[in-house]
Design a protein around this ligand. Structure first.
Ligand code: HSE
Length: 428
């Protein structure tokens, strides 16, 4: 058997502890499968004294993650600290410069600095792997870079933020308003330190742009993604969607069009009985469509100790086996700059309006829709509430630009009692 593969782990939160447990508990299995013993040389975290439920006594301690990254007895630097810049980036750069492989769960860092880090790693001849950064335990990076490597990828879709999926499904199942479920998620410790990363769609968009880069051979482009969170979704929207056979999901969509790369992360309606529509709680799902393979669906835990540590260790095992892959599936210097395109792929839309109760108001709305080229498929008016009539419309397929034009014209009538909502309906 060849020499052990020695890890240095920075960040001892839930995932770090999970990785240590796997190394400690599955030693024989890891060695049998990779042909090498996997060991941990040193660890680093903010607080040394904290009880993390794992025995750290065999490992050296470093206060400074950069020092850990450069240690002679570390072959692979495992970055589990998080954060777009700061220590995570400094230590990853230091590890690469010192000729160490890097494994990270840090989607924010890669969404913003993925191209630079990939170029540095590839120039140095080391691996930079990030399976744990996207959709927790689901091996989606491996699926795209390896299993589907021969496909032209046509579309990627996914629910990649478990917290948002928990909030939306809990609102529906318990009939509770957004604010109440948000607070519940907070109490349960589901929300990131900055909750806007979750509910603003940022965390999920970080993940989507990493998948896009692999799928479409483009440099990671977070600034080109169109983002909308779930904060405006009301329990009424959720119930109305259900009434019409749909469920609301914070859905990521990426596809390459003649005008460029469309990357959107926004609340969408999906058919209630589709795989995405059936997704409950904190679970993630990624749907990939390739020209040869057709559609495949990957489902699993998007966060948590075991699932995320499983993804980290999958990358460790590849390195132990001597498998070396370009960071984004092809050499970083061959990735083309992404040309971001505003989403203009036609789809059906769900529109919720709250109309003032006056003669001729509905006629003005339907005229505005017709003038913008928006054709109505189904429409319902619910009972008046406080002198306003909730109106729900499902359109035939139209472009986002046509919907925007119609909403601008409807707002200009002055007959709306509150801000209208328009959500894309995605048939999957
Ligand atoms: N906050 C994320 C989620 C987990 O809710 O899915 C880590 O990305």
């Amino acid at each position: 058997m060849t020499s052990p593969l020695r890890l240095g782990i920075a960040g001892l939160g839930t995932v770090g502890a999970g990785v240590i447990k796997i190394v400690q508990e599955h030693g024989a299995l890891l060695a049998a499968r990779s042909g090498r013993e996997i060991t941990i040389s040193a660890v680093s975290a903010r607080s040394r004294g904290k009880d993390r439920g794992v025995d750290l006594s065999d490992y050296s301690w470093e206060d400074d993650p950069v020092a850990l990254a450069k240690r002679d007895d570390v072959d692979v630097f495992v970055e589990l600290m998080g954060g777009e810049d700061g220590p995570a980036k400094a230590a990853s750069e230091a590890a690469i410069a010192a000729g160490k492989h890097v494994i990270t769960a840090n989607k924010a860092m890669l969404a913003h600095h993925g191209q630079t880090l990939a170029l540095a790693a590839e120039a140095k001849g080391v691996n930079l792997r990030f399976e744990a950064a996207v959709a927790g335990g689901i091996p989606v990076i491996k699926t795209l870079t390896e299993g589907l490597a021969a496909n032209r990828i046509t579309r990627i879709m996914g629910v990649m933020n478990g917290t948002c999926n928990y909030i939306l499904t809990r609102m529906e199942n318990a009939g509770l308003p957004y604010d109440e479920v948000f607070e519940e998620a907070n109490q349960l410790g589901f929300l990131e330190a900055d909750p806007n990363l979750d509910v603003g769609g940022i965390d999920a968009a970080h993940k989507l742009v990493l998948l896009s880069s692999i799928a479409f051979g483009t440099q990671v482009d977070f600034s080109g993604a169109q983002l909308e969170g779930i904060g405006l979704i009301s329990i009424d929207d959720i119930m109305a969607a259900k009434d019409m056979g749909y469920r609301i999901k914070l859905l990521g969509l990426a596809n390459m069009t003649g005008s460029g790369l469309e990357q959107t992360m926004q609340p969408c309606l999906v058919p209630y009985n589709s795989p995405l529509g059936q997704l409950e709680g904190g679970t993630n799902m990624v749907v990939i469509e390739g020209d040869a393979v057709g559609q495949i669906v990957l489902r699993g835990a998007g966060a948590g100790e075991g699932p995320t540590a499983s993804a980290v260790m999958g990358d460790v095992m590849d390195i132990a086996r001597g498998i070396s892959l370009a960071v984004f599936g092809q050499p970083a210097k061959t990735l083309t700059p992404a040309k971001a395109a505003k989403s203009n792929t036609p789809s059906a839309y769900y529109i919720r309006l709250s109309l003032k109760d006056a003669t001729g108001v509905m006629a003005k709305v339907t005229t505005a829709l017709a003038d913008a080229g928006v054709s109505i498929d189904r429409m319902r008016q619910k009972e008046h509430q406080d002198d306003a009539a909730p109106v729900l419309i499902v359109t035939h397929e139209v472009t986002p630009a046509a919907i925007e034009a119609a909403l601008t014209a409807i707002k200009a009538t002055g007959d709306l009692a509150s801000t209208p909502i328009a959500l894309k309906i995605v048939e999957v």
